[in-house]
Design a protein around this ligand. Structure first.
Ligand SMILES: NC(=O)c1ccc[n+]([C@@H]2O[C@H](COP(=O)([O-])OP(=O)(O)OC[C@H]3O[C@@H](n4cnc5c(N)ncnc54)[C@H](OP(=O)(O)O)[C@@H]3O)[C@@H](O)[C@H]2O)c1
Length: 199
């Protein structure tokens, strides 16, 4: 679902269902040759967004805490920013697209990192309140809610099986210990995905 989310935000929406998060339809933007900043780059959605943007020809700046730097470079990030040491919106300018996989009320801080004509895609857009500023700056802000899509999942399955996109596992728990997975999730700073083993 996390990879499908990254795909539907970045490559192909894949459905015509009404968008519960905004009036207009979410439209992905060109990635080839563009500069894309991914915030929350080591998390479930973020680590896939980094790889999808790279696969589609973008230069990627990955923002995460420092412990994820090696992994993010392995996944293809061209530059990394450790947000615990450097505030990304103080040092980044003129990117084409910000994918904010943290999102929420603070997502508007990225508006000043984006060039006129660029876009901000908050994966969790609730709380965004700078629509007027975005308008002034000529930045499109857009979000969508992931929807199941069989043909997209088949395509993504092929990308996973060839290794073109790699899922990263933070930790694995037996289904009977799903509570421990919740405890791990509650501690935050996840690298990739949590796995529940059914058998
Ligand atoms: N629109 C949709 O359809 C859709 C679909 C799926 C998920 N979502 C939403 O997307 C959000 C992300 O989901 P997820 O599964 O990717 O979460 P996640 O796996 O918990 O990842 C969050 C990542 O953000 C990093 N992070 C935390 N604070 C940060 C900060 N201030 N700056 C930069 N990175 C920070 C964390 O690690 P470090 O702090 O160690 O870097 C972690 O790797 C959630 O709000 C979820 O509800 C929306």
């Amino acid at each position: 679902m996390s990879l499908l989310t990254a795909w539907q935000f970045l490559v192909d929406l894949g459905h015509d269902e009404p968008n519960p998060l905004q009036v207009n339809r979410h439209v992905p933007v060109e990635l080839d040759g563009k500069t894309v900043l991914v915030n929350g780059a080591a998390g479930g959605v973020g680590h896939f967004a980094v790889q999808v943007a790279k696969l589609k020809g973008a230069r990627v700046i990955a923002v995460a805490s420092g412990k994820h730097e090696t992994l993010l470079r392995e996944l293809g990030a061209d530059d990394t920013i450790d947000y615990t040491r450097t505030t990304p919106e103080d040092v980044v300018r003129d990117v084409d697209l910000v994918v904010d996989a943290v999102g929420g009320p603070t997502t508007g801080r990225f508006l000043r990192t984006i060039k006129r004509g660029g876009a901000l895609f908050p994966i969790f857009p609730l709380g965004f309140s700078e629509a007027e500023e975005a308008n002034k700056l000529g930045v499109t802000v857009s979000a969508t809610q992931v929807r199941s899509n069989g043909s997209q999942l088949a395509e993504l399955g092929r990308l996973l099986s060839t290794g073109a996109i790699r899922p990263v596992t933070d930790s694995t728990f037996p289904l009977a210990e799903a509570n421990k997975a919740h405890e791990r999730a509650a501690r935050g700073h996840i690298q990739g995905k949590l796995v529940l083993k059914v058998l």
